[in-house]
Design a protein around this ligand. Structure first.
Ligand code: SF4
Length: 149
C-alpha cells in the first residue's frame, strides 16, 4: 500500500532503526534504515533511506535535493543552529552559517553561551569556525526588551 504524504504528519520524529532480524525494511539486506521527512522545502516528502555498505538508496523524494538530504541524514545528520546572545540592552539572535553535525549541537550552544556580552551588528561574524566545523556564528537580528514597555 502506498502511503500518501500527509501535511499533519510533518512533525513526526525521525526514527533510526538498527537492522535486526524482526525489522521490516524494504530491503532486508540493508545495514541501516531510516524513515524521515525531508525538511529542505515545505512539501515535506516522506523519505525512506536504506544504507547497504557504501550504497545509499533514497525513495519518496520528489526532487534531487531530497536525495542529497536523505544521504546526509543517514551518514552525518546536520542542522543550522539558531540561538540568542543576551546582552545588557538587547538580545541578539544568531545562527550558524552552515549546517553543523547534530551530534555537536549542544557543544555549539555551549560555545555560543561563552560569547562575552557586547553590542553587535546585524550580519557580523562573532565566532569563526566554531568547533572546527567550518561554520561561523553570525548575528541575524536583535530585540530590545525595553521596546516592549
Ligand atoms: S524531496 Fe524535494 S520536493 Fe520533496 S521535500 Fe525535499 S526538497 Fe521538497
Amino acid at each position: 500500500m502506498v502511503k500518501k504524504n500527509n501535511p499533519t504528519e510533518l512533525k513526526s520524529k525521525s526514527v533510526m532503526l538498527p537492522k535486526n532480524e524482526e525489522q521490516e525494511t524494504p530491503n532486508k539486506k540493508a545495514n541501516e534504515f531510516l524513515e524521515t521527512t525531508c525538511i529542505v522545502c515545505p512539501i515535506g516528502c516522506n523519505l525512506k533511506i536504506e544504507k547497504l555498505n557504501n550504497d545509499i538508496k533514497v525513495t519518496g523524494n520528489l526532487c534531487p535535493r531530497g536525495e542529497a538530504y536523505g544521504k546526509t541524514e543517514i551518514t552525518n545528520p546536520s542542522r543550522v543552529i539558531t540561538c540568542s546572545v543576551p546582552c545588557k540592552e538587547k538580545i541578539y539572535f544568531v545562527k550558524t552559517s552552515l549546517p553543523v553535525p547534530k551530534k555537536l549541537m549542544f557543544n555549539v550552544i555551549e560555545e555560543i553561551k561563552k560569547i562575552p556580552p557586547k553590542n553587535f551588528n546585524e550580519g557580523e561574524v562573532i565566532l569563526k569556525n566554531i568547533l572546527n566545523t567550518g561554520s561561523d556564528i553570525i548575528v541575524t537580528g536583535s530585540h530590545s526588551p525595553q521596546q516592549d514597555i
